[in-house]
Design a protein around this ligand. Structure first.
Ligand code: ACO
Length: 448
């Protein structure tokens, strides 16, 4: 196998070592490129750029393969347990019984929020987007646990990881309860991870939330399928923020912000909006597909396409199966599932989507499942964040352990060459003083 590649630019040569991964993926190590040739690489969107070496998750987008620490994602379908997967991703192997018991105990111990955090929820307007609240409150955790800012022992890290994985659930549920004006439900130590979340979301003083094993396992699988996806936008954000030395809470709060966008985790909301729009009769399936292919319409087939998967997204296939099973189990006849399947059928046979290798992604069917579980649409991306939390933590830890450099890409500058500042009076301004220009307007037009 080629060990290095030689590149010559303007008479300057450099040997670029070929780095080979455990699945024989190859990357050119260009870290000496600029010092040797004065040249950088340009790769907007980073489609050809590896930002790190990582041992957490493997994806082969052409073959539709996704593995967590080597384990094919499909193998988690049999007995889905999100907490085991959290441990696997963060610490590298499936937990022993003692590790699982200890980590579960820490999750239970740290599920509560400091009581004064409740006031923060009341400070947000009722219509505040839950992702904004989630990000703010995760960042706020560093105020309540300042001892966790400096991560100087393994035990402290395990506690910080348990705090985040446990409290994101409590924060999510409190944000929801606050938005609908209902009392908060404190975490119940007798309940398992998912059931506890559902209890905090839906229990009423006179009617505790009740669910069954099939629902609990389906929700576990949804979280597992979202748990990590190597260097996606939000994980890369966590790593970039973490590379500056920012603490785990701050880095994960930044990950929530990145996840929010409709081209990333926010797509699960956009898919539901799209299906609703078609269901309400605003657009037919055929009309929507026509617009999705028209670059000027500003419309895409949401939940379709992926930067890495150019065959099928195994998560989407598994989620479609779960959606069908869950709806049958709950005796729900959701017309949106049928619309989704029709869109998928048409797209998979349409040359536009076939030629561009666009297939359903994780967001295409997840919304239908969450809707069947009673999760309101504006909480879908929050649930995605709950699932992705172990992945963010695993990447933050891996980066800290490997001792990365601060993330600082370069650019090709395309602005004006050397220019001069022209004073105001030489630019035709009638008045040159800020006092004269700004006083009348800014003192009268306050907006809140
Ligand atoms: N609908 C219609 N056309 C699409 C779609 C889509 N969903 N996705 C990509 N295309 C087209 C693009 O217009 C482009 O066409 P062109 O080659 O004629 O210009 C081509 O397919 C390639 O698309 P890019 O945008 O260059 O692909 P990229 O890898 O940059 O983007 C992305 C991937 C963002 C996921 C994109 O497919 C998309 O916008 N999908 C819809 C949103 C979505 O579902 N996001 C969730 C992704 S999964 C996740 O993040 C959890």
């Amino acid at each position: 196998m080629t060990k290095s590649v030689s590149l010559t630019l303007d008479g300057n040569s450099v040997e670029l070592p070929v780095v080979v991964g455990s699945e024989l993926e190859k990357g050119l190590d260009i870290s000496q490129l600029r010092s040797a040739t004065g040249c950088i690489t340009l790769d907007p969107g980073y489609g050809n750029t590896g930002s790190c070496q990582s041992a957490i998750t493997y994806i082969d987008g052409d073959a539709g393969i996704l593995r967590y620490r080597g384990i094919p994602i499909e193998q988690f379908e049999q007995s889905p347990n999100f907490i085991e997967v959290c441990w696997l991703l963060i610490f590298g192997s499936l937990p022993t019984e003692a590790e699982y018991a200890d980590f579960s105990e820490r999750l239970t111990r740290h599920a509560m929020l400091d009581e004064s955090m409740k006031h923060h929820f009341q400070g947000f307007p009722t219509q505040a987007p839950p992702m904004a609240i989630l990000s703010a409150m995760i960042n706020t955790l560093s105020c309540f646990h300042p001892d966790m800012i400096e991560m100087d022992s393994d035990d402290k890290f395990i506690t910080a990881a348990a705090r985040l994985i446990s409290k994101i659930r409590t924060i999510a549920a409190f944000a929801y309860r606050s938005s609908i004006g209902r009392p908060y439900n404190y975490p119940n130590p007798d309940l398992l991870y998912v059931t506890n979340f559902m209890h905090m979301m839906f229990s009423l003083p006179h009617a505790p939330y009740e669910t069954d094993e099939i629902v609990r396992l389906a929700f576990n699988l949804v979280l597992i399928l979202h748990a990590d996806h190597e260097q996606n936008c939000s994980t890369s954000t966590v790593r970039l923020v973490g590379s500056s030395g920012a603490n785990l809470f701050a880095s994960c709060a930044a990950g929530v912000c990145a996840l929010w966008g409709p081209l990333h985790g926010g797509a699960n909301v956009a898919v539901l909006d799209m299906l609703e729009q078609i269901h309400q009769g605003d657009l037919s399936v055929e009309e929507y597909m026509r617009l999705a292919k028209d670059k000027n319409s500003g419309i895409r087939l949401m939940g379709f396409g992926h930067r890495v998967y150019k065959n099928f997204d195994p998560r989407a296939q598994m989620l479609q199966k779960v959606a069908e099973q869950l709806l049958t189990h709950l005796k729900i006849n959701d017309p949106l599932l049928e619309i989704g399947k029709r869109l998928e059928d048409i797209a998979l046979n349409d040359p536009y989507f076939v030629e561009r290798k666009l297939y359903p992604n994780v967001d295409f069917y997840s919304g239908i499942i969450l809707r069947a579980l009673g999760i309101p649409t504006n909480m879908f991306t929050v649930v995605f964040a709950m699932g992705r939390m172990p992945g963010w933590i695993a990447h933050w830890r891996e980066q800290q352990q490997e001792g990365s450099r601060i993330g600082r890409p370069r650019q090709i500058y395309t602005g004006p060459t050397l220019n001069d500042y022209v004073p105001r009076d030489k630019r035709g301004w009638k008045s040159v003083s800020d006092e004269d220009i700004l006083r009348p307007a800014s003192r009268q037009n306050f907006e809140f």
